[in-house]
Unconditional design. Structure first.
Length: 247
């Protein structure tokens, strides 16, 4: 059986512990035909207004929809969930955590395009998907691609973001290929996904613009305080703070 590549995005009621999936969108590449899934799903958790502001999904759009686990999209995702397939997401930990709340445990190899982008394009001012959509002029190819697949593109809509991610993935693959010419770019992206990023510069707070190495020398107590008190530090920054404190 040919390897399948699942490019996925979710929309949710919010970003907290109690929040749940309300839209599951993905494309499956690898067979002759591209398979497209895009479904709304209901949940008992109210959609937060901040989330509505981002994705525009209101409670009336979910009326009469099945829970996530009963959608065709979710059931098909379970069928695709084997170790030879690839799951491709921008900021994978978020969507995977959301899917885990629905009982989904991925067996697929994961490519997190956000982390890969941070590895191969460390100097970009941002690594958000919408940033690359404009920076790489992906929006110019969207219309044609969407028409071919019968998709309507809206910013922050799950399947719209999946379409942008499909276009971004092919650019990212070329960049990875150029930087690692002797390696399979897809496998290298899996490898980079599993490799922590050494953050070199503070992008926020009282030490903004300073190098982590410098702060570790001059204000190690602040870094230790961050590790202890700031629960929302991403794992790369946590890894980097520990690295510089130990070295």
């Amino acid at each position: 059986m040919a390897k399948q590549y699942v490019i996925l995005d979710t929309e949710t009621t919010g970003t907290n512990e109690e929040d749940r999936v309300i839209q599951l969108g993905y494309m499956v590449l690898g067979a002759k035909e591209i398979e497209v899934h895009n479904e709304f799903c209901s949940t008992d958790v109210a959609i937060k207004f901040g989330a509505m502001e981002v994705h525009g999904i209101t409670p009336d759009l979910l009326e009469g929809k099945p829970p996530c686990v009963e959608t065709v999209a979710y059931k098909r995702l379970l069928e695709l969930n084997t170790s030879e397939n690839y799951l491709i997401i921008h900021n994978a930990p978020f969507d995977i955590t959301m899917l885990e709340k629905e009982g989904f445990k991925t067996q697929m190899k994961v490519i997190d395009t956000l982390r890969v982008a941070k590895h191969v394009m460390p100097d970009e001012e941002a690594h958000r998907l919408q940033y690359f959509r404009y920076k790489m002029e992906l929006y110019k190819d969207e219309e044609k691609e969407a028409k071919a697949l019968g998709i309507v593109v809206k910013a922050h809509d799950a399947i719209g973001d999946v379409l942008v991610l499909k276009l971004f993935l092919s650019k990212l693959k070329d960049i990875v290929q150029a930087q690692f010419p002797n390696e399979n770019p897809v496998e290298k992206m899996v490898d980079l996904t599993n490799t922590p990023i050494l953050v070199k510069t503070f992008r926020f707070g009282k030490h903004k613009g300073k190098s982590l190495e410098e702060v570790a020398r001059e204000d190690a107590g602040y870094l230790r305080w961050m590790l202890k008190n700031m629960e929302n530090i991403d794992e790369d920054l946590r890894y980097s703070i520990n690295y510089y404190l130990e070295s």
